[in-house]
Write a protein that binds this ligand. Structure first.
Ligand code: NAD
Length: 431
């Protein structure tokens, strides 16, 4: 059993802290958001993630997981301090490190015995050294510490499964002893452990996300060519995916990537390259294609409906992907705004992210289910690949709609079946 403090109780911090507690460690999870901590103490989670609520309750009941807003209390006995605060997009795409700085300063002020600071947040190359400088400069009395980079690769929607079964654990540090101690913590996860230096570990995270984003933009570009040439991108992707050099994953053409990671991480990597005088042409193109996919969905609605002024368009799914309530940089947000700019009345429904939608898009009319969205609509756009949309009663939906126009931004349906049902159907790359 190790004593761990996790700083930042969001998607990564809450999952990290809860999983380490479940593995038998004593975890104090700390956040500056008092309401979040008060809710967690009452068993109310700030995020939706399958299986997480039950795991949190189990570990709280066992006394292995506690929540606090008090840094000095959280760090008193901690052998490890995991930083898992947000690193959102700042000016010009640069990662905003204000929360990492605040966490590093607070650690420096509170530690009274040696500690290993483990950075889980996605941070620009060089941040580990910067954190060490901040802690050193802020300490009132010198207490030994080490900084280890341990980037997180979990995906929202399957976060517990991903955390407990990682493809690899990456550790970056020049302090071999510290890296070994962090490696020991991860041994129960039975994944290959890559030990490297701080900067390389930080780069592995950005390079991995940029590669996956590139794969998504690649298949979207192929989809758009398929559309023009009469080929079907779903079958193209399936045919490509059998090749182990290519792989099946991240080859779903659609509305492009969204969420709190890929968009900001690709931008931050491009920013780092630009600052160093490099020309990140591929990354720029990946971002351009991604933005275009969202615009293209609106173009398709316009092609089906005509002038959008006064028309009713329904969005099915608002979260950036299925099985999460996260709406940060969700395609549905940009599509709704673009449709509203053209005068359309936009409504939507999502199985779990309605509260976020209410806050982020007050002008969006929220409906209680897919059928309510369809009632009187001139077009529907599938924005999220939720399972519950896969077998909707489309006869009923067609009867409810003003005009049966369907833009399937996630390629959930068979175009021939939709046409047989009488829909004007437009998928992505289904030539
Ligand atoms: P989040 O926004 O869900 O949570 C961040 C939390 O940090 C919030 O609860 C916030 O109140 C808290 N916080 C901010 N400043 C603080 C401080 N000074 N002290 C204590 N708490 C503070 O963020 P997230 O999605 O969990 O992402 C965290 C990091 O992990 C980011 O760098 C992100 O890029 C990276 N990451 C995220 C994912 C993901 O799927 N969300 C996956 C891998 C890596």
């Amino acid at each position: 059993m190790k004593t761990i403090c996790v700083i930042g109780v969001g998607y990564v911090g809450l999952v990290t802290g809860t999983c380490f507690a479940d593995l038998g460690n004593k975890v104090t999870a700390l956040d500056i958001n008092e309401e979040r901590i008060a809710n967690l103490r009452r068993g109310i989670l700030p995020i939706y993630e399958s299986g997480l609520e039950e795991m949190v309750k189990r570990n709280v009941a066992a006394g292995r997981l506690t929540f606090t807003t008090d840094y000095c209390e959280a760090l008193r006995d901690a052998e490890f301090a995991f930083i898992a605060v947000g690193t959102p997009e700042g000016v010009d795409g640069e990662a905003d490190l204000q929360y990492v700085r605040a966490a590093a300063e607070a650690i420096a002020e509170c530690i009274t015995k040696p500690i290993i600071i483990v950075n889980k947040s996605t941070v620009p190359v060089g941040t580990g050294d910067w954190v060490a400088d901040i802690v050193r400069a802020k300490q009132s009395q010198p207490v030994p510490f080490s900084v280890v980079s341990c980037p997180e690769f979990l995906r929202e929607g399957s976060a517990l499964q991903d955390f407990m079964n990682p493809a690899r654990t990456v550790l970056g540090s020049l302090d071999k002893e510290a890296a070994n101690k962090v490696a020991e913590l991860h041994l129960p996860l039975r994944a290959p452990i890559v030990v490297t230096d701080l900067r390389t570990a930080e780069m592995i995270k950005y390079a991995s996300n940029a590669f996956l984003a590139t794969k998504i933009s690649f298949i979207n570009e192929i989809a758009n060519i398929c559309e023009a040439l009469g080929a079907d991108v779903k079958e193209v992707a399936a045919g490509m995916g059998y090749d182990p050099r290519i792989g099946k994953q991240f080859l779903d053409a659609g509305l492009g990537y969204g969420g709190s990671c890929f968009p900001k991480d690709v931008k931050a990597l491009a920013y780092m390259a630009n600052v160093q005088g490099r020309h990140p042409q591929l990354l720029q193109t990946v971002m351009e294609i991604n933005n275009y996919q969202r615009r293209l969905a609106v173009i398709k609605v316009r092609q089906l409906v005509g002038n959008l002024n006064g028309k009713i368009v329904g969005l099915l799914g608002l979260a950036f992907k299925a099985n999460t309530d996260d709406m940060r940089d969700a395609p549905a947000l940009s599509i709704a705004r673009a449709l509203q700019l053209e005068g359309a009345q936009v409504r939507g429904y999502d199985p779990v992210s309605m509260n976020h939608a209410r806050r982020l898009m007050p002008a969006l009319q929220l409906c209680e289910d897919a059928y309510a969205v369809a009632t009187g609509a001139h077009a529907l756009v599938i924005c999220t690949e939720w399972n519950e949309f896969k077998q909707l009663d489309f006869e009923r939906i067609k009867g409810l709609m003003k005009t049966p126009n369907l833009v399937d931004g996630r390629n959930l349906y068979d175009p021939a079946w939709m046409q047989r049902l009488g829909f004007n159907y437009c998928g992505v790359g289904r030539g």
